[in-house]
Ligand binder design. Structure first.
Ligand code: G1P
Length: 290
């Protein structure tokens, strides 16, 4: 079955990026010249996703404007013959009627945010994107997962190894059969203390889940941090259908963290033909100057 829909939970306050995020949604922070949320939407498009479901909150209207026509800008750029700039604001826009917005009214956790999209998703497998997790890869990360899903079915999450000291920041896997790329998941625990973590293999913000997850989210059980955790509902899917973690090819940047955000800016800048040389020169100057 095809993964046609993706959910983008974008209701978070972004307190780690204040004051920048006082009036600007954190998902609109740019890496080079593109907002984080656009990277996520383009990755979804590259994996064949056709419907885009945003779970927003108060103060997030800039995201809706970003995925809409901007008549004034399009008119002006068009009449001035600025084709490249015109394409850069419209090329990637999902067609009319293929974007939906719903609000998470209270900050009750990631699981609750996803649950808010249940009627928009309906009864089919769907993807979830956490836009903070930006992945630089040859094949878009969700495309890698969709290819696995086509073989295994069930649920597929993106995973990577993290230092043991960091297990309390992630959903952590208890691993069954493992071929080094694809790990069968036999348990999941949200943000365990390093001493209690069943492994160091952690969930990164890309998921393909079966709609049964909504049944478990409906229980509204509180987990780590008193929040309704997606990880806890996913754990209940284990054993009922296949559940795999994919060690994706690519490099993940935690753009919800200042250092990760800066690293992403440099890495994505170096990918760009128009910026690579200038950036390299600057980096070597500034790092050798001590
Ligand atoms: C969320 C999830 C966690 C996952 C992480 C990936 O945590 O709850 O399971 O490992 O995203 O970035 P958050 O970063 O929202 O605390």
């Amino acid at each position: 079955m095809k993964v046609r829909k993706a959910v983008f939970p974008v209701g978070g306050l972004g307190t780690r990026f204040l004051p920048a995020t006082k009036a600007l949604p954190k998902e609109m922070l740019p890496i080079v010249d593109k907002p984080l949320i656009q990277y996520a939407v383009e990755e979804a498009q590259a994996a064949g996703v056709e419907e885009f479901i945003f779970v927003t909150g108060r103060g997030k209207s800039a995201i809706e404007d970003h995925f809409d026509f901007s008549f004034e800008l399009q008119e002006t750029l068009g009449s001035r013959g600025k084709t490249e700039a015109l394409n850069s604001i419209s090329d990637w826009l999902p067609p009319a009627g293929q974007v939906a917005y719903t609000r998470q009214q209270e900050p009750l956790g990631l699981g609750h945010a996803v649950w808010c999209a249940r009627h928009l998703v309906g009864d089919e497998p769907f993807a979830i994107f956490l836009a903070d997790d930006l992945i630089l890869s040859r094949t878009p990360a969700l495309k890698q997962m969709v290819d696995v899903f086509a073989e295994t079915g069930g649920n597929v999450v993106a995973v990577m190894d993290v230092p043991r000291a960091h297990t309390n920041r992630y959903g952590i896997l208890d691993v069954g059969a493992d071929d080094g790329r694809l790990a069968e998941i036999k348990g999941l625990v949200e943000k365990p203390h390093p001493d209690a973590a069943p492994s160091t293999l952690s969930v990164i913000g890309r998921y393909i889940l079966l709609p049964e997850v909504f049944d478990y989210l409906s229980a509204m059980e509180r987990g780590a941090g008193g929040e309704i955790q997606l990880t806890d509902a996913m754990a209940k899917l284990i054993g009922k259908s296949p559940f795999h973690g994919l060690r994706f090819e690519g490099r993940r940047f935690d753009c919800g963290d200042k250092l990760g955000f800066l690293q992403a800016t440099v890495a994505f800048g170096l990918e760009r033909d128009d910026l690579r040389d200038g950036l390299k020169t600057f980096l070597s100057e500034i790092t050798t100057a001590g």
